[in-house]
Design a protein around this ligand. Structure first.
Ligand code: SF4
Length: 415
């Protein structure tokens, strides 16, 4: 086991009870009879792919979506029996399932524990029922509380709560209220992302890219040279138009800083731009992504990164279900070999998301290149602007650098 190559698994369950108003993930509602068909195909893919990884040791599994907790408990039990049969899974592997509070029962939680799942990621987003309604979530704060308590009862001692800030009409007061209510429960981990308005979502119709609604039904609106058409029927469009404006940039920034301070006061350390944990309870799976561990994606639309190649799985459900997946790689619709430059750029972008930053030694070991020489110009410029700090062998973002992280990351693009 010691000499085996480390591997992470991501498994995508693309089903949701209903689509949230801001979501552009690959997820949708289907009749329940489709769950069985999907699981059969997923299991076929797992068998096929596992043949390529006899020398790997799985250090983490993340069952994400969509809403994996929507699936009946027996399907999850079956999935894990197959995973344990096909892969070598480390004894201390971190195994996470994403769950939606409106979908968790005691029976499901017990099966998760019996299946080896040791981490629960609960998507709450807000503790305010009005905000949850605006987001189109299927649950209330009370549903979340019940799910949280049940999870503790069955023995989950590693729970993460997902929150979302910069919601329509949100101010510092309401965000603080959400944070306080969640902190009182003492979860081990909290993710706090800002709402992003994604194209093709109902929220995009209301807020566009710059906070203004798109134009009338059937009228094409010209933005950034693109054409966008309303995706909503008239009644829904009217409903979304009544949503309050988004918080301005200044409020968004104040929310971000307040989050770090409040969470720090309760023992949560920020270890990545949007992720906070009690010491030792960081999400190992995500740290693997950010530090370049190989990962194998399984299921509809999942991506993999193996040995410098990126694979993207088929995204159409009908097509995925019709494929013969007994052959390894049969679900991939696109394979991309990353150049050395692309690998180095990505290593910088992802690594700098982590508060510990990027190590020049690690960079040298991985790519055989001297990071300090390669990025000398970028480092000097960003250091002069107070956006990064260097403490050899580490380079990391400063507080100001985090506020403009995308601008900082763009400095690491190689021509
Ligand atoms: S539950 Fe999650 S994946 Fe499903 S629609 Fe809502 S945000 Fe998207």
């Amino acid at each position: 086991m010691m000499n085996k190559r480390e591997l992470e698994l991501y498994i995508h369950i693309p089903f949701c009870a209903r689509k949230c108003a801001y979501c552009d993930f690959l997820s949708f509602a289907v009749p329940e009879s489709t769950y069985r068909d999907y699981m059969d195909k997923l299991i076929e893919e797992i068998y096929g792919q596992s043949l390529c990884f006899p020398d790997s040791c799985v250090i983490s599994i993340f069952l994400g979506g969509g809403t994996p907790s929507l699936l009946p408990a027996d399907l999850i039990g079956e999935l894990f029996a197959v995973l344990y049969g096909c892969f070598t899974i480390a004894e201390d592997a971190e195994i996470t399932i994403e769950a939606n509070p409106g979908t968790l029962t005691m029976e499901k939680l017990e099966v998760y524990r019996e299946s080896g799942i040791n981490r629960l990621s609960l998507g709450l987003q807000s503790a305010d029922d009005m905000e949850l309604k605006m987001l189109g979530r299927i649950h209330t704060f009370d549903d979340f509380l019940k799910s949280y308590q049940r999870a503790r009862q069955v023995g989950f001692d590693n729970i993460s709560v997902d929150l979302m800030s910069a919601l329509p009409g949100q101010d510092l007061h309401s965000w603080k209220n959400t944070l306080r209510k969640v902190m009182m429960l003492k979860p081990e981990h909290i993710s706090a992302y800002s709402l992003i308005i994604e194209e093709g979502t109902p929220f995009y119709e209301r807020y566009g890219r710059d906070g203004e609604p798109l134009e009338e039904e059937g009228v094409f609106s010209q933005r950034d040279g693109c054409q966008a058409k309303s995706i909503l029927p008239g009644n829904d469009r009217e409903r979304y138009r009544e949503l309050p404006p988004l918080p301005d940039e200044e409020t968004d920034r104040r929310i971000y800083h307040m989050t770090r301070e409040l969470l720090a006061s309760q023992g949560y350390e920020r270890y990545e731009i949007s992720n906070y944990a009690r010491p030792g309870m960081e999400c190992r799976h995500n740290i693997g992504y950010w530090t370049g561990v190989d990962y194998l994606g399984l299921g509809l639309g999942s991506s993999s990164y193996i040995g410098g190649y990126r694979y993207h799985n088929e995204t159409g459900l009908k097509k995925y279900l019709s494929l013969d997946l007994r052959e390894a790689g049969a679900a991939a619709r696109e394979i991309q070999e990353l150049s050395l430059e692309e690998k180095m750029e990505e290593f910088m972008f992802l690594g700098l998301r982590m508060m510990q930053g990027v190590s020049g030694n690690e960079f040298l070991g991985r790519f055989g290149r001297n990071m300090w020489k390669l990025y000398d110009k970028a480092f000097r410029k960003l250091q002069d602007q107070g956006l990064i700090e260097i403490e050899a062998p580490w380079v990391r973002l400063t507080g100001r650098g985090i506020d403009v992280s995308n601008r900082v990351f763009s400095e690491f693009l190689l021509d």
